[in-house]
Design a protein around this ligand. Structure first.
Ligand SMILES: [Zn+2]
Length: 421
């Protein structure tokens, strides 16, 4: 699924965060503590199996002021930013999602040949290509040179930049203000969120609309999606801190949509010009207030639920192994690594994990050191059980395994251990 290069340099530095990255407030309540873990995309070549791996605390705290959930240790961003490239054109369902967004924005904002759309972290042009096809002028802003080249080759104008206030001013000078500024699934990956959001506000100017997609913390809590916490995800948004962050840069939220993507996301619309608040916006605000997202108690119980889930999984694993069952896994992405390392799983427990990415095949997963193989090789291993790590596409993967002839048990562990029938 990924087109980015895996980092070649070992991650060597980490920094303790002293205050909230959004508002500067104090980080208080512990939301989730997953212990010390290697960075989730630092796959290990087999010949380096015996070498020590750098491990860093993977712990999310809550800001006592704005309620943004965030990691309190930041690992060297240079070495891990390649994870931006996760949303590549390889995923059919993601492309369909992007096309629907493009169509609806063209209609809603009346975009045409005189309009201008800018996307931050535009990747390989997976989304903007639909605006290009519809004849709407657009520009991608993408920090990874190799990924930007893929976009340009596909006909999507792209500049190689990290978005911030200054770089946004440069874009406005060279082009113009945008009618629509898109930032999908990028906010969590950006350490300097204030400079990034200032950049979005600059691009949109006084009349443009900013559209931001981010996984919804409320869904993370309800679905016990603790495995979406990893070092590359610095922060975890609900509407509450998102509105506060945007307001600090003169952007007012006027609408929000609930999306099924990434286990449940929000798409937030904001602009500098005041616009009437939609009914859904009032609804989500009221829901978050009713659930107590502005109180510590809401966040305090989560870690206990996570530990209970991990305990249940470990005891299942122990009894399955004691019964002599051969267990494999599917999907060597970041969330799988968080899960396996939090559950202290080793290559003794799970024989192999399959992944379609040739860059991961032949390597070992960070921490657990489970070897990554091709899906075909996994099917030849005569396994009794296969654990699906990306539960968000579990149904799709289960069908693939059945179509490939697998007759054993197919399981997921989040939000609770269960079997696909
Ligand atoms: Zn804060």
């Amino acid at each position: 699924m990924t087109i980015a290069c895996l980092p070649t340099l070992p991650v060597s530095s980490a920094m303790q965060v002293t205050g909230c990255r959004a508002c500067g407030g104090q980080l208080g309540t512990v939301f989730c503590d997953l212990g010390e873990q290697p960075v989730s995309n630092s796959y290990v070549p087999p010949e380096r199996r015996g070498e020590p791996e750098p491990r860093f605390p993977l712990r999310a705290l809550v800001c006592s002021t704005c309620r943004l959930v965030q990691l309190d240790t930041v690992v060297d961003a240079e070495a891990i930013f390649s994870d931006y490239a996760y949303f590549s054109s390889a995923s059919e369902s993601w492309l369909a999602h992007s096309k629907r967004f493009c169509d609806s924005m063209i209609q809603r904002l009346g975009l045409g040949a005189d309009s201008f759309v800018v996307e931050a972290a535009s990747n390989d042009g997976y989304l903007l290509k639909y605006f290009v096809e519809a004849g709407v002028p657009c520009l991608g802003i993408e920090p990874a040179v190799n990924v930007a080249e893929v976009a340009r080759a596909a006909g999507v104008p792209t500049e190689v930049l990290f978005l911030g206030k200054e770089t946004a001013r440069g874009v406005v000078r060279r082009y113009r203000h945008a009618d629509l500024v898109v930032a999908n699934n990028v906010l969590a990956h950006v350490p300097p969120v204030n400079d990034f959001v200032a950049g979005l506000a600059e691009l949109a100017g006084s009349s443009g609309v900013v559209s931001i997609e981010a996984p919804h913390l409320l869904q993370l809590v309800d679905g016990v999606q603790f495995d979406t916490i990893y070092h590359e995800h610095y922060s975890y948004y609900s509407l509450l801190p998102m509105e506060r962050l945007l307001a600090a840069h003169g952007l007012r939220v006027f609408d929000v949509e609930r999306l099924a993507t990434h286990g449940g996301s929000l798409r937030v619309f904001a602009s500098a010009a005041p616009r009437p608040a939609s009914a859904t916006l009032d609804e989500v605000r009221a829901e978050e207030a009713a659930r107590g997202l502005d109180d510590d108690a809401f966040y305090e119980g989560f870690d206990v639920r996570v530990q209970a889930l991990l305990e249940e999984f470990r005891s299942w694993l122990a009894s399955a192994r004691a019964a002599g069952r051969r267990i494999g896994a599917y999907g060597a992405a970041a969330k799988g690594n968080t899960f396996l390392n939090a559950a202290r799983v080793t290559a003794e427990d799970i024989i192999a994990v399959a992944d379609r990415s040739p860059k991961k095949q032949g390597r070992l997963l960070p921490g657990s050191h489970i070897p990554v193989v091709t899906p075909e090789a996994l099917l030849r291993m005569e396994l009794d059980d296969i654990l699906l790590l990306p539960w968000n596409i579990g149904e799709e993967l289960a069908q693939q395994l059945r179509a490939g002839g697998f007759r054993g048990r197919i399981l997921v562990a989040v939000p609770r251990l269960r079997e696909y029938r």
